[in-house]
Ligand binder design. Structure first.
Ligand code: ZN
Length: 139
């Protein structure tokens, strides 16, 4: 799929907000239907997922305490007609060790987010047989 660049957004999320739902709400409020997302900061008690291919579902990893949000990478596309953020994170502990996975939820201590809106044909997630909501693959 080819897209052209739309608007750029750079902002800080208020302390105490849940990051994934905040980004989904931000995208909906600003009508960002497709885009890329990056962020850095710090999260409290984050939950991350590891997709278990055999089980066809996410194993949830719950981390307790405050973690550096070393890196967040993701994208926004449509799911059930609404903007939906798919975000992966690397989270550093007090020893500098890093956990990583699919962001399920995390309370913001400090988070700085950059969103690059993309303009073009709608990109939709659809539930696939493997249990994941995915885009159709490029041929
Ligand atoms: Zn994922």
């Amino acid at each position: 799929m080819r897209f052209s660049r739309g608007r750029n957004f750079l902002f800080r999320v208020p302390e105490g907000r849940e990051l994934l739902s905040y980004i989904n709400e931000f995208a909906e409020k600003n009508n960002v239907l497709i885009g890329t997302v990056t962020a850095i900061g710090s999260l409290r008690n984050p939950k991350i997922g590891y997709f278990d291919e055999e089980a066809g579902e996410y194993k949830i990893i719950t981390l307790t305490g405050t973690y550096e949000l070393v890196s967040l990478l993701g994208n926004i596309s449509l799911k059930d007609g609404k903007p939906f953020a798919h975000l992966h994170v690397a989270l550093g502990d007090s020893d500098g060790m890093v956990y990583g996975g699919h962001l399920i939820e995390g309370e913001v201590f400090v988070t700085e987010v950059f969103i690059q809106e993309l303009l073009g044909e709608p990109l939709e997630r659809k539930l696939k047989e493997n249990g994941l909501a995915l885009w159709d693959a490029e041929d």
